[in-house]
Design a protein around this ligand. Structure first.
Ligand code: B1M
Length: 211
């Protein structure tokens, strides 16, 4: 099994989309959970790429190619997860905030929440606060879950809290926040109902809040 996780990690580092497909197929055939494959195989790959980028060992084109391979991995794993039979524990509207196009972590969160039995409406990336609120009203959501990867876009999570207060929705719709620069202190500061460090944590947090 470790061998397969290593192959997954390498597929991301080498930005090899064909290999991503092969690894996902092999893992599912061997009965490995898609969420486990993501967390223990693909995520370490993109994290390693992130470090190489920060250390200037690779540059933006390589980063983009590995990101595309990672996006494919997350999408394939999400499809595998949503194929199962699920009794909904609650309705979640999920997305990456306005101005931010990082969606790999958000897609992994989607995978974990779906696998944990939540109905997830994924609005994608670069989503405005108004769009989050409109969708939440539309689908009668219990929670709006937002991801922010840039220190400059975290502010959009605070704007969402303000909008919910303005519309008197704060006690009807809960909010959770996440993303690399986000913390519990930030969640407390802006008045979000919860913060999770990773996708597994987001699923546990939602189970506590509404599950
Ligand atoms: Co960009 N980027 N990027 N990037 N990128 C970072 C975030 C950065 C730290 C890299 C760096 O310079 N060191 C830096 C941010 C600096 C800062 O703000 N402090 C950065 C920058 C600067 C930029 C650009 C401005 C670069 C440029 O153009 N000069 C630009 C911004 C574009 C924009 O958004 N407007 C940009 C662009 C890109 C790519 C398009 C090339 C690509 C994104 C592709 C995509 O997402 N489709 C990209 C990538 C891949 C990264 C790094 C390398 C990796 C991010 C990632 O996917 N990580 C990143 C550096 C790094 O993190 N080491 C970096 C893997 C993913 C699984 O982790 O997203 O953290 P993460 O998600 C985790 C947790 O955070 C958590 O669970 C997930 C899984 O466990 N989580 C949640 C996430 N959301 C959650 C929500 C929750 C709960 C938990 O509840 C709701």
């Amino acid at each position: 099994m470790n061998q397969l996780f290593n192959e997954a990690r390498k597929a991301i580092i080498e930005a090899d989309q064909d290999q991503v497909k092969i690894v996902v197929e092999k893992a599912l055939a061997e009965g490995i959970a898609a969420a486990e494959l993501l967390e223990q195989g693909f995520v370490p790959g993109i994290s390693e790429i992130g470090e190489k980028f920060e250390n200037e060992e690779i540059f933006l084109p390589e980063l983009v190619m590995s990101s595309d391979a990672m996006k494919l991995a997350a999408d394939l794993c999400n499809k595998a997860v949503s194929g199962g039979e699920i009794v909904s524990k609650g309705v979640v509207v999920l997305g990456t905030v306005k101005g931010d196009i990082h969606d790999i972590g958000k897609s992994i969160v989607e995978s974990f929440l779906s696998a944990s039995g939540f109905t997830v409406h994924d609005l994608g990336r670069d989503v405005s606060s108004q769009a989050f609120v409109d969708k939440a009203i539309d689908v009668n959501a219990n929670v709006i879950a937002t991801s922010a990867l840039l220190t400059t876009t975290m502010k959009a999570q605070a704007d969402l809290e303000k909008l919910l207060v303005e519309k008197s929705l704060k006690d009807k719709i809960k909010t959770i926040v996440g993303g690399a620069p986000v913390s519990q202190a930030w969640a407390d500061k802006i008045g979000a109902d919860g913060y999770a460090e990773d996708a597994g944590g987001a699923a546990r947090l939602l189970t506590e809040l509404i599950g």
